[in-house]
Design a binder for this molecule. Structure first.
Ligand code: SIN
Ligand code: FE2
Length: 217
């Protein structure tokens, strides 16, 4: 199915929504590429199936995940970390598609992060009800590099907090094609995803996919 520029699932067109110093939502930044990105997501999942990881605390995550790129983020009872191989298959993670890399670099540059070279792309898959608790992305060695996050499929409420857990988060809806960048003074801000509401998208049915690009090493 072709997602046209004028379809009803495009709630907001273009524009930058600032979230803080070094952080913003780029509305619709990946919209025209959505269908191509999703085709790559499915190809990645053929080689590295989506799975529900277990946290060190023994909790099974509601979000299903896989990765592409040189390193992939994993969690198991031993902890959170990056791994060059997929523990499920023993194989290296699928290569990061050129189009993923180019999109992430272009988005980072919009916020002035001109030398972003991600080596890890975590792919999150949310069904209605799935959520991601407030957390900091702190397993990357290069925290001078931003995080770039691409939303595809059904909408979600992104919660963007501050450096401490006490800061009341800003709630920002994210739609198909939106890209969020946070770096610089906002790089270690707490963030999360509220439980997804029941919804359907012409390209993903009941799912939301999120690509998060990081420089892990
Ligand atoms: C993340 O924090 O890793 C993902 C955020 C999102 O799904 O938008
Ligand atoms: Fe995160």
């Amino acid at each position: 199915m072709t997602a046209s520029l004028f379809d009803a699932h495009r709630p907001q067109t273009e524009g930058i929504v600032p979230l803080g110093e070094g952080a913003a939502v780029l509305r619709g930044f990946a919209y025209m590429q959505g269908e191509a990105l999703l085709a790559q997501v499915h190809a990645i999942a053929d080689a590295a199936p989506f799975r529900h990881l277990v946290t060190p605390g023994g909790h099974t995550m509601s979000v299903a995940m896989n990765n592409c790129g040189a390193l992939g983020w994993i969690s198991d009872p031993r902890g959170y970390r990056y791994s060059p191989t997929d523990p499920l298959t023993g194989n290296p993670w699928p290569t990061m598609p050129e189009a993923f890399m180019a999109l992430a670099r272009r988005a980072a540059a919009e916020l002035g992060f001109d030398d972003f070279v991600p080596d890890a792309c975590l792919v999150n898959r949310y069904a209605p009800g799935a959520k991601l608790s407030m957390h900091q992305d702190r397993n990357e060695r290069r925290d001078t590099q931003p995080i770039v996050s691409v939303s595809l499929g059904i909408p979600a409420m992104f919660r963007f907090g501050g450096q401490g857990r006490d800061v009341k988060p800003l709630d920002v809806p994210l739609f198909h094609g939106d890209v969020v960048v946070w770096g610089g003074p906002s790089r270690m801000n707490y963030h999360g995803i509220a439980p997804l509401k029941e919804a359907s998208h012409p390209l993903t049915e009941r799912y939301r996919f999120n690509l998060t690009f990081r420089t892990a090493r």
